[in-house]
Design a protein around this ligand. Sequence first.
Ligand SMILES: [Cu+2]
Length: 123
Amino acid sequence: MKPARAAWLVSCLCLAAPAFAASPVKHRVVIEGMRFTPQVVQVKPGDTITWENRDMVAHNVTAKAGPVRSGDLQPGQSWRYKVPAGSSFDYLCTLHPMMTARVELAAAGKQPHKPRDPPPKMK
Ligand SMILES: [Cu+2]
């Protein structure tokens, strides 16, 4: 192999490696029974979170402080959000302010932990 070609290969591998280490993860938060499940979703920048409204009434996802807001999600609707670099935030449903939850941002490259809450149980 000629030296120039070898160098090209090496530079490609170096560029590709970080992308593998931090490949985006898709998270899902279910809105059901007047609550967000899981209560805490642990993400890293570049991940996406989809909130799915499985309740019989409209809900929304609104950061307590910050620009994140889904608008009202009717029953059956979902909303996808791509996590930018930034910080963790608490959010709520402004239609039912007792519905609160949190998005916890891990440093880039770290694997997120498993959600603390079990999946929703059927009632
Ligand atoms: Cu609500």
